[in-house]
Design a protein around this ligand. Structure first.
Ligand code: AMP
Length: 171
């Protein structure tokens, strides 16, 4: 996995002082690295039974649809507020300062459907936990939460309450 880490650019103090930002654009533009990421995620989730892949806006939209295609499932977007045109379910979650929200179309997931949630980075886990709550509010089952990168020190897994979490790379 160290080969993939070498393709991820680490940008200090972005978007604000003290944050070390893991920039995946340098991985995406590398044909071999990009293919390896998708293939490793596909192999990990091949036997998961996932019936649909949900991606979290914005960088989850890069990985989730490609993984859905590779697994032969559909793709569902989990979006920032007021982007989706039809009836939505909404969940609010706490940020360091204030709150944010995510929305999903109410008909995006069927009761009992097994949903794989995908994003680029698992940091504090607030975003992924909100996405999981959204899926479950529609009656879906979270088959797994998949990330390219997990920032272990931030203990995001702890917010995911024992749901199945996997990341390709750990920092
Ligand atoms: P969190 O809710 O704290 O787990 O944050 C997760 C979201 O913020 C993900 O959608 C990431 O894209 C983004 N994110 C958080 N921290 C970083 C970081 N250090 N580098 C890159 N993206 C990050």
């Amino acid at each position: 996995m160290e080969d993939l880490k070498s393709l991820i650019r680490e940008v200090p103090d972005f978007p604000k002082p003290g944050i070390l930002f893991y920039d995946i654009t340098t991985l995406l533009k590398d044909a071999t690295g990009w293919r390896a990421v998708v293939e490793r995620m596909r192999a990990h989730y091949e036997a998961s039974g996932a019936e649909v892949v949900a991606g979290i806006e914005a960088r989850g939209f890069i990985f989730a649809p490609v993984l859905a295609y590779a697994l032969g499932t559909g793709f569902v977007p989990v979006r920032k507020p007021k982007k989706l045109p039809a009836a939505v379910s909404r969940v609010e979650y706490d940020l360091e300062y204030g709150t944010d929200a995510l929305e999903i179309h109410r008909d995006a997931v069927q009761p009992g459907q097994k949903v794989l949630i995908v994003d680029d980075v698992l940091a504090t886990g607030g975003t992924a936990a909100a996405a999981a709550r959204l899926i479950e509010s529609l009656g879906g089952t979270v088959a797994g939460l998949g990330f390219v990168i997990e920032l272990d020190a931030l203990k995001g897994r702890g917010k995911l309450n024992g749901r199945t979490v996997h990341a390709l790379l750990h920092y």
